[in-house]
Design a protein around this ligand. Structure first.
Ligand SMILES: [Zn+2]
Length: 296
């Protein structure tokens, strides 16, 4: 039994599904992207721009959920960007209906936690407007912030996070993937985060690791993504083991299956390469399972 607590919904189906929708073969994915920008360009051009109808959305979500079931995942927190309905010109209500239908369709096999997804590149005032609309649908149980860490400050998102907090959502954000250990602590404190997506640079400051360990803040780590995007040169040099040994709670996750092609089963093999024992791996899996139903 596994969990996947860090994945982006519309980037998590097998690549063949996007190719079926597009009607052509997508450019071969590099094992490593040259930069975060080249990664963003690839995903936007090849995976997002081809989504042009509610049927496309449904096909991708269905593929992403089935991929999780095939990977023996029993609980997943999956984010959806608040700007997607506008981009594909469907109403938020129609989009929510697809999410609800597809979640229900697999509910006997997997528990899906729907997550409000926010890009740092969307203006904070617009994010707040969307977040209020999305949260009021009552189908979402968590919120996440992502995209270029150099864009914006933690304070810019306080309004949205406080609203989500008062509505009982689990609070998460991508930070410390490329940014500093200091930024991880700053985001956890400013936005009252329950969990951090990546957060691997916390390893650079023992006081930040100690802070996270004492607070019990979870880091939802994605090794293949970190290697493919150059955040770590290799699995052997990945900081996850140091974080774990310092008492920081970590989980293992897939991030963007469409782009990285690594299942959780693959990620578990990487944990062995990263120096984790079988007992450690059992603990990491348990950390994920313990997150289940904390924010129903
Ligand atoms: Zn991510």
């Amino acid at each position: 039994m596994k969990t996947d607590l860090h994945l982006h919904g519309l980037l998590s189906a097998p690549l063949s599904i996007y190719e079926e929708i597009a009607g052509w073969s997508l450019p071969k994915l590099p094992a490593k992207f040259e930069s975060f920008e080249s990664f963003n360009d690839y995903l936007f051009q090849n995976l997002i721009l081809i989504i042009q109808s509610p049927e496309h959305v449904r096909k991708i979500i269905r593929g992403a959920f089935q991929r999780l079931i095939d990977d023996d995942v029993v609980y997943a927190e999956e984010s959806f960007d608040v700007m997607i309905p506008d981009l594909i010109q469907v109403s938020s209500e129609a989009f929510f209906e697809i999410l609800t239908d597809e979640k229900k369709r697999v509910s006997s096999q997997i528990e899906i936690g729907l997550e409000v997804g926010m890009s740092r590149k969307t203006p904070p005032a617009l994010l707040f407007q969307k977040v209020r609309e999305w949260v009021s649908s009552k189908i979402f149980s968590s919120v996440d912030l992502y995209d270029d860490e150099r864009v914006g400050l933690a304070e810019d998102f306080v309004e949205s996070y406080r609203f989500c907090e008062s509505s009982g959502l689990k609070l998460k954000a991508h930070v410390g993937e490329f940014g500093s250990a200091h930024s991880v602590k700053e985001y956890v404190e400013t936005l009252h985060l329950n969990a951090v997506q990546h957060g691997i640079r916390s390893v650079d400051d023992p006081s930040v690791m100690d802070y996270l360990a004492k607070k019990g803040t979870i880091l939802n780590i994605c090794p293949t993504s970190n290697v493919a995007l150059g955040a770590c040169p290799s699995y052997q040099t990945h900081p996850a083991k140091k974080l774990f040994d310092a008492g920081v709670k970590i989980t293992i996750n897939t991030d963007d299956y469409a782009l990285f092609g690594a299942s959780l089963e693959d990620e578990l093999k990487h944990l062995s390469e990263m120096g984790f024992s079988e007992n450690d791996i059992a603990q990491i899996l348990q950390n994920g399972l313990n997150q289940r139903s904390l924010f129903p």
